[in-house]
Design a protein around this ligand. Structure first.
Ligand SMILES: CCCCCCCCCCCCCC(=O)SCCNC(=O)CCNC(=O)[C@H](O)C(C)(C)COP(=O)(O)OP(=O)(O)OC[C@H]1O[C@@H](n2cnc3c(N)ncnc32)[C@H](O)[C@@H]1OP(=O)(O)O
Length: 191
C-alpha cells in the first residue's frame, strides 16, 4: 500500500497530555463560541459537547438530525467529516497545541441514518515538531457499535498571528471586545 501523508513519520514522538489539561470526564470548553463544530453561539452548528478522555483522547456523541441530510434520510458525508475534524482538533485542549487541520483523510464505511447517534472518539497518535498526527472514528448506536466513519489527520501548530493575519476583521474585533468568545486558557503556541 502507498504511504499516506498522514502516516506517522519516523521521527514522531508520543503525544503527551499537558500537565494542566482538563481532567478526564471534563466537557471541554468550545474553543470559539461561533465554531460550527462546538460553538454554542452558532445557531446552525453541530454543538458537539466534547469530553476529555484518558491520555490524549476525547469523545463526543453526535445526534444526526434531518438538518444533516445529504440523501433522503441519510447524513451528508462532508458534514460527518466536519464532526470528525472538530473532535480531532479538540485534542489540542489536551496537548495545549493550537493547531489547524492541514490534512483530513476520511473513510465512510456505512451510511448514517437520520435519527442515529454517532459515538465519536479521537486520539493523538504522535507529534513531530509542529505536526500533530491523530485519528478518529464514529460508531453507530453505541461505543462498541459498528464503525460508520473513520479519519486520519495531520494538524499543524500555529501561533496567534495565524488567526490575526487571516481572520475577518469584524470577527477579530468582536473577540477583542469580548475575549470570552475564545474558550482556551492561553491561545498561544506552547510547545
Ligand atoms: C492552546 C490550546 C488550544 C486548544 C483548542 C484547539 C481547538 C482547535 C479545534 C479546531 C477544530 C477545527 C479545525 C479547523 O477547521 S482548522 C481550519 C482549516 N484549516 C486551515 O485553514 C489550514 C489552512 N492551511 C494553512 O494555514 C497552512 O497550510 C498550514 C498552517 C497548515 C501550514 O503552513 P505553514 O507555512 O505554517 O507550514 P508548512 O507549510 O511549512 O508545513 C509545516 C509542516 O506540515 C507539513 N504539511 C503542511 N500541510 C500538509 C498537508 N496538507 N499534508 C501533509 N503535510 C503537510 C509540511 O510538509 C511541513 O512538514 P515538515 O517539512 O516540517 O516536515
Amino acid at each position: 500500500m502507498t504511504a499516506s501523508r498522514t502516516d506517522l513519520p519516523a521521527d514522531a514522538t508520543v503525544a503527551v497530555r499537558h500537565p494542566d489539561a482538563p481532567a478526564p470526564g471534563t466537557v471541554l470548553p468550545a474553543h470559539y463560541a461561533h465554531c460550527f463544530g462546538c460553538g454554542a453561539a452558532e445557531r446552525h452548528g453541530l454543538h458537539l459537547a466534547i469530553v476529555a478522555g484518558e491520555g490524549v483522547e476525547v469523545t463526543a456523541t453526535f445526534e444526526v438530525t434531518e438538518h444533516h441530510q445529504g440523501a433522503p434520510g441519510l447524513a451528508h458525508g462532508g458534514l460527518l467529516a466536519s464532526a470528525l475534524d472538530e473532535i480531532l482538533g479538540m485534542l489540542g485542549h489536551l496537548t495545549r497545541m493550537s493547531c489547524v487541520t492541514a490534512r483530513l483523510e476520511t473513510d465512510f464505511r456505512r451510511p448514517v441514518p437520520v435519527g442515529s447517534t454517532l459515538h465519536l472518539r479521537s486520539r493523538a497518535d504522535g507529534v513531530a515538531g509542529r505536526k500533530l498526527y491523530a485519528s478518529a472514528e464514529g460508531r453507530l448506536g453505541g461505543t462498541d457499535g459498528p464503525v460508520a466513519v473513520r479519519a486520519r489527520a495531520l494538524f499543524v501548530q500555529v501561533g496567534l498571528e495565524h488567526f490575526a493575519e487571516h481572520g475577518r476583521p469584524e470577527d477579530l474585533e468582536a473577540v477583542a471586545r469580548d475575549p470570552r468568545l475564545i474558550g482556551v486558557p492561553d491561545y498561544t503556541v506552547n510547545p
